[in-house]
Design a protein around this ligand. Structure first.
Ligand SMILES: O=P(O)(O)OC[C@H]1O[C@](O)(CO)[C@@H](O)[C@@H]1O
Length: 476
């Protein structure tokens, strides 16, 4: 971890440095140019957010921005979502809407929700690589809708991406409203302290400097080279002991606070994309990882906690509690909901330990931008240390790449099928298979099912239960 922070190529497979710790302590970056670059971006993000919120940055027609449409997936979507859910105060800053998938119905709902406010919506397209299909498709859809109503995309669009990526080049050529840098040495799942998390923080009026300070303070505390005085080392060691160093127990994250409801989803990517690896760093097949799930307390007590207490002992729980609970919720008939929340946490915790189940409890005095930064940094460091314990590269994601390639192959197959069926004649699966020279009968069947299910253009003969008897024809 020391050499990682000093700037060695810690992600050997991708030949990259791993520098998310520099984002909140820029002075630790190995080169002065990097330090300046980080500081410059923080200042630019802050100024941009201020300009949007104080209405000095407006649409071409002089109207203030009313909404944000955030287009990004994985770390480029989850970090911003966590930031908004955790820190946005009611009525402060701009409301956020997310395109974090390519589900047409989901996109349609969001565009309907925005309705005529699309013309005053700031559209932020986030992709480190600038080539991920999902944000690219989201951008196409948002752009067509926006330009279809006579508005100017470039005056409403913001890009967050690596310098010189495809997205960056487009943003520069078209002179988008703003662009911010993602750095080559920051992975998507650890990008929340870069512009990816700071832009949303700025647009909801959250204290992004405090957020960074919280992360930097936790980084300092978790650099201590003494296991018992280093909370991240203790946590990584606990994970190791609980799961026998093989991930045999799942990590169940139960924050007793609505604001942290998406934290388990955020951690799912941070932990599982980092640790879920087939090979260790020596190339040995190890099939490592830790599964993460959870939602929030006390809600989860009425869902899966029954199994945690009495069922299969294949997990360790992580309770997250916050002592202070600022709200205008009064005591009614002697009952204060906060007392129940605390009681439920303690009750579940002791019920689990009575049943011999393992748990960790993290306690925060207050919940704010500072403690969110600290909480995230704690898990980032624990994941890094655990990666060292099990000797995996925690900073690449080769498995995801394999899925992306397989999806691209399916799309190619689909267009071959569509081209063949364009003759308007009936064809069986076998004929299609011969024509496109593919032995992947199942994929062909599933593509035909998708084509027929998602639009009305095809006439079908036969029985879906007997696929090989079926014939398909494009309706002319
Ligand atoms: O920001 P990008 O390059 O669009 O990537 C999005 C996500 O895709 C992944 O590369 C793979 O899932 C994540 O690591 C990343 O957060």
């Amino acid at each position: 971890m020391v050499s990682l922070e000093e700037g060695v190529i810690a992600n050997a497979d991708e030949q990259r440095q791993v520098g998310h710790y520099w984002l909140r302590s820029p002075e630790l970056a190995p080169e002065a140019t990097i330090t300046e670059h980080i500081n410059r971006e923080i200042t630019r993000v802050e100024a941009f957010g201020k300009g949007i919120l104080d209405k000095s940055i407006v649409t071409p027609s002089g109207q203030p921005f009313t909404d944000v449409l955030w287009i990004g997936i994985g770390g480029s979507g989850l970090g911003p979502l966590l930031m908004i859910k955790a820190l946005q105060e009611t009525g402060v800053g701009l409301p956020f809407h997310f395109f974090d998938n390519v589900d047409p119905q989901g996109m349609s709902c969001i565009l309907k929700e925005l309705g005529s406010r699309l013309k005053t919506t700031l559209v932020v397209v986030v992709s480190k690589s600038g080539t991920t299909p999902e944000p690219n498709l989201g951008m196409q859809q948002a752009r067509v809708r926006l330009e279809g109503t006579g508005n100017s995309w470039s005056h409403q669009a913001v890009a967050i991406t690596m310098s010189d990526s495809q997205l960056d080049q487009q943003a520069k050529q078209e002179n988008w409203l703003a662009r911010f840098d993602m750095f080559d040495w920051v992975g998507g799942r650890t990008s929340i302290t870069s512009a990816v998390g700071l832009v949303p923080a700025a647009l909801i009026g959250a204290d992004l400097r405090k957020f960074l300070e919280g992360a930097a303070t936790m980084d300092a505390v978790t650099r201590v080279q003494d296991l018992r005085r280093n909370p991240a080392a203790l946590m990584a060691a606990s994970w190791y002991v609980a799961g026998d160093g093989r991930g045999k127990r799942d990590m169940v994250i139960i924050p007793y606070r609505d604001r942290l409801e998406v934290f388990s989803r955020y951690l799912q990517q941070l932990v599982m994309e980092s640790l879920g690896k087939r090979h260790d760093r020596n190339g040995k097949v190890v099939h490592q990882g830790i599964a993460v799930y959870g939602n929030k307390g006390s809600t989860d007590q009425h869902a899966y906690v029954q199994q945690l207490r009495d069922g299969i002992d294949n997990f360790f729980a992580t309770f997250i509690e916050v002592l202070e609970n600022p709200s205008d919720i009064p005591r009614v008939q002697g009952d204060y909901p906060g007392d129940f929340l605390n009681g439920f946490l303690q009750g579940t915790r002791s019920a689990l330990s009575e049943g011999g189940r393992q748990s960790i409890t993290l306690t925060m005095e207050h919940f704010n931008a500072y403690s969110l930064g600290a909480l995230i940094a704690l898990f980032e460091r624990a994941v890094g240390l655990y990666g060292e314990l099990i000797n995996v590269n925690a900073y690449h994601q080769p498995g995801v790449e394999a899925g992306k390639k397989a999806a691209a192959a399916i799309l190619t197959l689909q267009s071959q099928i569509e081209t063949f069926l364009a003759d308007g004649l009936f064809h069986s699966i076998k004929e299609i298979q011969q024509e496109i020279d593919s032995d992947n009968t199942e994929a062909i069947f599933l593509i035909l099912r998708h084509l027929c299910g998602s639009n009305q253009k095809y006439i079908i003969k036969g029985d879906w239960g007997q696929p090989l008897t079926m014939e398909f024809r494009l309706q002319c």
